[in-house]
Design a protein around this ligand. Structure first.
Ligand code: SF4
Ligand code: SF4
Length: 226
C-alpha cells in the first residue's frame, strides 16, 4: 500500500492561514489503512485546526468528509457540493488524490495534509517498511522475490557492495543487507549460479525516466477506447 504521514500541523495551518472555512477531506484507501488519512485522522486534524485557530483569535470553520478513494474521478464527484462552500480543501489522501483534485477542480484550492512516503508493507502495529519503488520493470523474479531497488540503500543491481558485514547494511546497520539475503536465499534454492548471469542494463524508462508514466488498457475501456 501507499504509506503516508500527516504533515506537521503548523505547516498545514500556514497553508490555510488566510481562510475562514475549509474542508478536511480523508480517504478510505491506503492512507486510512496506514492511519494517516482516514475518518479518525480527519476528525483529529479538524479539531486540532479549530483549536489552534481559536487560540490564535482567528476562528476557523472546518467541515469534515472522507471519500472511499480520492484517486478516482468517480469517487471525487461528491466534492462538487463543496464548490463555493469552502475556501480550501486540506486533503489527507496521498499525492495522487491531491493532484487529481487539482486537475478536476482547478477552481478549488487544495493543500496536502500528508506527506506521501513510499510503497510498503505493514509488518506490525505501527510499523511500515518500504518494499517496492514502482520501477515499472520488475526484476525480483531474478532476486528470489526481494527488491534491491527499494531495499538496498545504494539501489545496487549487482550486490552486495563491499560494505556488507555479517548480513547487515553498511549504510543502516539496523537493516539487513538485502543483497546478502538474496545471495543466501538463492544458495538455499540451489540457484546461486543464476546470479552469475550478466543482466542487460536495466531499462529505467518505465520508472519514469521517459517522462510521465501512463498505462492504457483498451480492453478495460468503454468502446475499446474509441
Ligand atoms: S523491481 Fe521494481 S517493480 Fe519490482 S519490486 Fe522492485 S521497485 Fe517494485
Ligand atoms: S550493505 Fe547491502 S543493502 Fe547496504 S548498501 Fe551495500 S549491498 Fe546495499
Amino acid at each position: 500500500m501507499i504509506i503516508a504521514e500527516r504533515r506537521p500541523i503548523p505547516e498545514i495551518l500556514q497553508n490555510i492561514e488566510g481562510y475562514e472555512k475549509v474542508l478536511v477531506l480523508g480517504c478510505r484507501g491506503c492512507v486510512a489503512v496506514c492511519s494517516a488519512g482516514g475518518d479518525r485522522e480527519v476528525a483529529i486534524l479538524a479539531e486540532a485546526l479549530r483549536l489552534a485557530r481559536t487560540l490564535s483569535g482567528k476562528p476557523l470553520e472546518v467541515l469534515e468528509a472522507t471519500f472511499i478513494r480520492q484517486c478516482d474521478p468517480e469517487y471525487l464527484e461528491p466534492l462538487k457540493k463543496y464548490k463555493g462552500e469552502v475556501e480550501a480543501v486540506v486533503s489527507l489522501a496521498c499525492g495522487v488524490g491531491v493532484n487529481l483534485i487539482a486537475d478536476l477542480y482547478p477552481e478549488m484550492r487544495v493543500y496536502p495534509g500528508v506527506d506521501t512516503s513510499f510503497y510498503g508493507a505493514n509488518l506490525s502495529l505501527g510499523e511500515w517498511v518500504e518494499k517496492c519503488r514502482g520501477c515499472g520493470d520488475c526484476i525480483i523474479d531474478k532476486t528470489a522475490g526481494l527488491c534491491p531497488i527499494a531495499r538496498c540503500a545504494k539501489n545496487l543491481l549487482n550486490g552486495p557492495c563491499g560494505g556488507s558485514q555479517g548480513g547487515r547494511c553498511e549504510v543502516r546497520k539496523e537493516m539487513p543487507c538485502i543483497w546478502h539475503e538474496i545471495v543466501e536465499r538463492m544458495k538455499r534454492r540451489g540457484e546461486l549460479e543464476k546470479l552469475m548471469e550478466i543482466w542487460e542494463p536495466k531499462d529505467w524508462r518505465p520508472a519514469g525516466g521517459d517522462g510521465l508514466r501512463v498505462r492504457i488498457r483498451d480492453d478495460l475501456r468503454l468502446n475499446g477506447g474509441n
